[in-house]
Design a protein around this ligand. Structure first.
Ligand SMILES: Cc1ncc(COP(=O)(O)O)c(C=O)c1O
Length: 403
């Protein structure tokens, strides 16, 4: 079908619903789902050219698939990068970065407050391949600078962090990386391109767990890396064809459709999380609220600058308690007393989720690593969804009021 091409300069909200591969000859309005592992070639010579990368065309879904390409193009358009490559999960997107950008003898600098599996992957697993990793303060740029070595090739930041919402100054880290010939990768799963477009602050690679906000309804897992064509399409594309970290076309389609409502969801969740954080801050059984959208957060000004004036949908709070055992028991009481919130690890969902990070997402870390990341036994993470807020407040009061 003859396609009208999109004009240049469209806003991200428009690209979120319009950017995709061309329609098929049937003219479907919703993006097609190509559930196929391979593609039929018109003749042997065309097949040879396509397999040899001399001519564009789909051959095998480990190399590329039109539904996956639609997801990649839409995400790249929203992030403002030249290209994106989709992966099976957020963790495989981070593995993709590590396997393509690093070699034995290289050094990485990461925040010590990142998602637990990212710390395990970049810290322990990569060590088996001769890559060394330094973990430094999330917020202190001077600590990142002090950790720089001649062999440092990658700075990896997650901002805002899970679950405390601490920020990295992306522009400052990009400057530091580039001055030392290294790359900066930013995990943007928590903010999404609606709040923060790390490439605009100088980040080279942007990582996503699509499982979170891009889907937004807890249905499918996916990941992606966005960045320049030379790194993403050529280097990572070649690795994908060999290593097969691919997302399934169905999951890519779920992401693609989820992104159409991303902007509405993220803005609504941010507004709800801010109201919830203010309410929790005033609650007598809450010792501390961690939310970068609150003026009390030490990096509030940076958050407003870097995240389009919004804090995002995830907040954390410490319940009261005198000892680690009492803190844990009180946190469990609040979580177990809820009847609306889902006790589940995912976040960025339209359903509010509640977790105890010290025993779930950060449970595999040592007590020392948890303390460095600021995860106490009394900490509860809340990913605020789209329910009526009064119902969520009442749900939390069921446990909080008994402490
Ligand atoms: C910030 C962040 N990055 C990456 C991941 C990993 O994503 P996935 O679960 O899709 O592998 C998570 C998962 O919770 C996360 O919170």
């Amino acid at each position: 079908m003859t396609e009208r091409t999109l004009p240049a300069g469209l806003h991200p909200d428009t690209l979120a619903v319009r950017e995709a591969v061309e329609r098929s000859q049937w003219g479907e309005h919703s993006e097609a789902l190509y559930l196929t592992s391979s593609f039929v070639q018109p003749d042997a010579a065309t097949a040879a050219r396509r397999f040899g990368n001399e001519e564009p065309g789909y051959t095998y879904s480990r190399t590329s698939n039109p539904t996956v390409t639609s997801f990649e193009r839409r995400l790249a358009a929203m992030e403002g990068t030249e290209a994106a490559i989709a992966t099976s999960t957020g963790m495989s997107a981070i593995l993709m970065v590590a396997m393509t950008m690093l070699k034995s003898g290289d050094h990485i600098i990461c925040s010590q407050s990142m998602f637990g599996s990212t710390i395990k992957l970049l810290g322990s697993e990569m060590a088996r391949f001769g890559v060394s990793t330094s973990f430094v303060s999330q917020t202190d740029v001077a600590a990142w600078k002090a950790a720089m070595r001649p062999e440092t090739r990658l700075l990896f930041a997650e901002t805002p962090t899970n679950p405390l919402g601490d920020l990295c100054d992306i522009a400052a880290l990009a400057e530091l990386a580039h001055a030392n010939g290294a790359l900066l990768a930013v995990d943007n799963s928590f903010a999404s391109p609606v709040l923060q477009r790390p490439a605009e602050f100088g980040a080279d690679l942007i990582v996503h767990s699509g499982t979170k906000l891009l889907d937004g309804q807890g249905r499918a897992m996916a990941g992606a890396v966005c960045g320049p064509k030379a790194l993403v399409e050529e280097r990572m594309g070649a690795f994908q064809r060999t290593a097969g970290l691919n997302v399934a076309p169905f999951n890519a389609w779920v992401m693609l459709k989820g992104m159409e409502t991303l902007s509405l969801r993220v803005k609504a969740m941010s507004a709800a999380a801010l109201e919830m954080a203010q309410w929790l801050e005033a609650h007598p059984k809450v010792a501390r609220v961690h939310y970068c959208g609150l003026p009390s957060h030490p990096q509030h000004d940076l958050a407003m600058r870097q995240q389009s004036g919004m804090g995002g949908g995830v907040l954390a709070f410490d319940v009261i308690g005198a000892t680690p055992e009492a803190l844990r028991a009180n946190a469990f009481t609040v979580i177990d007393s809820t009847r609306v919130c889902s006790i589940t690890a995912n976040l960025g969902d339209v359903k509010t989720t509640i977790t105890h990070p010290a025993s779930t997402s950060h449970g595999r870390l040592s007590e020392e690593q948890r303390q460095a990341a600021g995860i106490s036994q009394g900490l509860i993470r809340l990913s605020v969804g789209l329910e009526h807020l009064e119902d969520i407040k009442a749900d939390l009061c069921r446990g909080l009021d008994t402490l």
